[in-house]
Ligand binder design. Structure first.
Ligand SMILES: Nc1ncnc2c1ncn2[C@@H]1O[C@H](COP(=O)(O)OP(=O)(O)O)[C@@H](O)[C@H]1O
Ligand SMILES: [Mg+2]
Length: 461
């Protein structure tokens, strides 16, 4: 059965609570065999279904979504881990296109100052269709470094840096990926774009490969903030429960991913210097599996505070909040908002030496594979808390501002940190409810939350 876009099927007329009460267990399905499977299997009352079995909760990969979503009937209570056209945000070219459009709209409606708040992505051109525009820009700034990235690949695959137009000529002749990733570059899979829309890309930091490899040419950030002489970027998790209205949660934990080799601009061909992807760095001869290449974001925040003082850190982190919100707003009207869908995004943010954060890309399903014990704990807790927010068990009231490590960042408007304060951004002392890189006492919070929910339930029954 095909289902019209932008329109939700209704369930069988049972109220949410009643429908759930009648179900003894929650049937889940997933294709991913990593921390996610561990979390799902250990969740009380959840049972795994395989193959064609009926499910209530499906953490699917995006290729399943593309092939099946439009023909799948979903009861009201069912939940699925992606929005139908998530790629509007998670494919590099569409993300930039949507941001550019949103910026223009803001400029028209709210003026230049407001529009300037969208200036957090490096100058980007879609290739080959914006090749001529790119060349114009290239000629204006001789000598600077550019980075070429396939729009729909991941883990650093196919990426290369360049300073001469000649290098693009090579790429145009089909030798892309030779420079940085020759050992990793894979032949493009022969997939056909779905009609009538942008193509999807796959999950788990692994995106689909498309036949004609489109790239983006992006200005390379030549002055990354360095720690111990090494470059890093941040991975931050944002959970979107709905686009209309926009309802988004920010996770307190995340990490910085370091490169193993000291940063230099003199060797632009060395992937171990320039690409901070764990998939790249762990193949480096200097990689220590025990040490890994990550710092928890709390450690990073403390490090910055000790170097630059708390105010600079506050500014940086609120600039990052701005990135999360504006990027989501840029696709708010484009994404098919379906109440069955939620999405856990992995943001890649690079910080430069002026402590300005840059958005590099947003991942549809960030890697859930753990690279160390610490990483395993982060990811299992992140997933447990995601399931708490998705709330298949129907325990929450819907008024919570914090659930485990997640803080409600946007609820059709900014959310105030203060208890009981109105969720409207006034001028005064409004402080947003975000705590990225702060203490994550999630266990204690969850204990208190579920205890108080239980006593509320008892009182009302
Ligand atoms: N514009 C840029 N400036 C500096 N470094 C970049 C830029 N774009 C990407 N990188 C580096 O390359 C890595 C991979 O780029 P990204 O856009 O995240 O693609 P992928 O999908 O392959 O992860 C980033 O993690 C970062 O280290
Ligand atoms: Mg990335």
């Amino acid at each position: 059965m095909s289902r019209p876009k932008n329109q939700n099927y209704k369930g069988h007329g049972l109220s949410k609570g009643k429908e759930r009460e009648q179900r003894a267990s929650i049937r889940f399905k997933t294709t991913l065999m990593n921390t996610l499977m561990d979390v799902l299997r250990h969740r009380p009352g959840w049972v795994e279904v395989k193959d064609e079995g009926d499910w209530d909760f499906y953490w699917c990969d995006v290729s399943w979504l593309r092939e099946n979503f439009d023909h799948t009937y979903m009861d009201e209570h069912m939940r699925i881990s992606h929005f139908r056209n998530h790629y509007e945000l998670t494919r590099k070219n569409y993300m930039v296109k949507n941001l550019k459009r949103f910026r223009k709209q803001l400029e028209r409606e709210a003026g230049k100052l407001e529009a300037a708040k969208c200036d957090f992505f490096p100058k980007t051109f879609e290739m080959p269709c914006e090749y001529h525009l790119f060349v114009e820009e290239f000629r204006k700034n001789p000598g600077i470094t550019w980075i070429m990235k396939p729009v729909a690949r991941s883990q650093g695959k196919g990426i290369f840096l360049f300073r001469r137009l000649k290098d693009i000529m090579d790429w145009r002749k089909g030798t892309a990926g030779k420079k940085l990733t020759s050992s990793e570059a894979q032949p493009a899979r022969s997939a056909v774009n779905p009609p009538g829309g942008h193509d999807a890309r796959s999950s788990d930091d692994q995106k689909d490969e498309i036949p004609v490899e489109n790239y983006v040419a992006q200005r390379y950030i030549e002055n990354p903030y360095l720690i111990g002489g090494r470059k890093f970027d941040l991975r931050v998790y944002v959970l979107v429960m709905s686009y209309i209205p926009l309802r988004a949660w920010l996770y307190r934990d995340g990490f910085a991913r370091f490169s193993n080799t000291r940063f230099t601009l003199s060797s632009i061909d060395d992937q171990y210097v320039h690409l901070t992807n764990v998939a790249v760095q762990k193949t480096s001869p200097d990689y220590h599996p025990k040490k890994g290449c990550k710092w928890m974001i709390q450690r990073f925040r403390q490090y910055l505070a000790s170097k630059h003082g708390p105010e600079a850190v506050e500014t940086l982190f609120s600039d990052m909040d701005n990135i999360f919100i504006r990027s989501l707003q840029s696709v708010q009207k484009v994404i098919i908002s379906d109440k069955h869908c939620f999405e856990l995004y992995g943001y890649d943010i690079l910080i430069d030496q002026d402590l300005k954060p840059w958005l590099l890309e947003v991942n549809a399903s960030p890697s859930l594979t753990a690279s160390s014990q610490e990483d395993y704990e982060l990811k299992t807790c992140l997933l447990e808390d995601t399931l708490h927010v998705v709330d298949m068990e129907a325990r929450l009231t819907g008024r919570e501002k914090r659930v485990g490590g997640f803080d409600l960042m946007w609820n059709d408007g900014p959310v105030s940190r203060e208890e009981g304060a109105p969720d409207l951004s006034g001028m005064g002392n409004f402080v947003t409810n975000t705590h990225l890189g702060c203490v994550n006492d999630r266990k204690k919070q969850l204990r208190q939350l579920f205890r108080s929910l239980q006593s509320q339930k008892k009182a009302s029954s």
